[in-house]
Design a protein around this ligand. Structure first.
Ligand code: NDP
Length: 359
């Protein structure tokens, strides 16, 4: 019976998130992409933080009163993962099969999706925003469940580095939900459709794989990382966050209000009369400094865990490298097509792709 409930837990959590996302107050914002066959920008209703805290509060209450063991999601993690994989597959098929083919190959269509920005009820539910929200909340629950296991096993001897890693992952989630609107200006929205990559990616991969730094380490005896090193690892994480969040916010303000000086940095840009590109601040360091930031954050988290010789936690930053490197090439290709000579000019002015002075 427990195993079945473990298997069904992600489905129940996702249903609860869906209900809260619909029912709780949210703010309407105008996004960056335009609707299909329309000149109007799509609208979105955002309430990610409220949903996250409501789910967490409910989960803690249920555990407090003994309905769910604190470490339930760790104890039944493999069943939870199997459940999430099943939902991810069902969702992906449901998003792809009813729509007409876009590519010649069904596999490509299935992987990338056939529709770009599906919405329900005039934007009250946006498929992409719901998927990111569901994945983020489920990931946070996993982090809590995994850390509960560590605390139960080691009590006062629990590892400060593990706590720090869990806190940084939590920060990463809260940061994303705080800046949900900024996310509307990213590649996922203007260049991707909803299929297996996003559907399975957010419902199964994101909440389970992103907890991999904790997954294989919470049962190990507390690592004894010196406090000074933990400070250094935290610094690596926050330096990465400044690069990533800073770049994303600078671009967001530039697109919304081109004259706005973000963090006191007056925007400098180049234009061909039709399009404009930022060439200073974070976007003057490299053409994807935000990707470097994201990788540094992941490295900071893994170092905090305190198992540098264990391969599993390292899969987390390695995955970012594997995701962001090809994405940088794909985005570059898209920008060459969209911006033409202007992009060449930008690439001459800012020659580094990701790491300033190196790559
Ligand atoms: P970017 O935010 O870099 O977006 C690229 C787009 O920005 C380009 O296609 C172009 O689009 C615009 N652009 C590029 N250069 C300029 C410029 N100089 N001035 C103005 N506009 C420019 O990439 P992503 O959308 O891929 O990533 C967004 C964030 O999400 C990053 O921080 C990334 O690390 C993060 N991310 C996180 C993941 C995770 O799992 N945690 C996964 C993937 C990404 P346009 O046509 O609009 O001008």
């Amino acid at each position: 019976m427990e195993k079945l409930v473990g298997f069904l837990t992600p489905a129940l959590v996702y249903l609860f998130i869906f209900a809260l996302h619909v029912a709780l107050p949210g703010r309407w914002v105008v996004g960056y992409v335009t609707g299909k066959n329309s000149n109007e920008k799509l609208k979105y209703r955002l309430n990610g933080l409220v949903v996250l805290f409501t789910v967490l509060f409910t989960w803690v209450l249920l555990s407090w009163f003994g309905f769910i063991p604190w470490d339930w999601l760790y104890e039944y993690r493999w069943y939870g993962l199997a459940g999430a994989i099943t939902i991810g597959l069902i969702f992906s098929f449901a998003m792809v099969l009813p729509h007409s083919a876009v590519k010649k190959s069904f596999l490509l269509d299935f992987f990338q999706g056939r529709i770009e920005n599906p919405q329900l009820w005039g934007g009250r539910i946006d498929a992409k925003m719901f998927l990111y929200l569901a994945g983020a909340v489920m990931l946070e629950l996993n982090i809590l469940g995994f850390m509960a296991q560590h605390c139960i096993l080691y009590g006062n001897h629990a590892s400060p580095g593990m706590y720090l890693a869990a806190a940084l992952l939590t920060f990463f989630i809260i940061d994303y939900l705080t800046f949900e609107e900024v996310h509307l200006y990213t590649y996922d929205f203007f260049a991707e459709s909803v299929g297996f990559k996003l559907g399975f990616g957010c419902l199964a991969f994101y909440p389970f794989f992103y907890s991999i730094p904790l997954w294989f380490t919470v049962e190990l005896p507390a690592s004894q990382t010196p406090t000074l090193l933990l400070w250094l690892y935290g610094l690596i994480f926050f330096a990465g966050w400044v690069l990533s969040r800073g770049a994303n916010l600078q671009k967001y303000y530039f697109k919304k209000n081109p004259g706005f000086a973000f963090m006191g940095i007056a925007p400098q840009s180049i234009t061909d009369g039709t399009n404009t590109l930022l060439v200073n601040g974070f976007w003057g360091l490299s053409r994807h400094i935000n990707y470097l930031g994201e990788i540094m954050m992941a490295v900071g988290i893994v170092l905090c865990v305190g198992r540098p010789s264990l391969v599993w936690p390292w899969l987390y930053p390695l995955y970012y490298v594997a995701l962001l490197l090809p994405r940088q090439f794909a985005d570059n290709k898209r920008c060459v097509l969209k911006y033409g000579k202007l992009w060449e000019m930008y690439a001459r002015k800012v020659p580094y792709r990701i790491i300033p002075y190196i790559y």
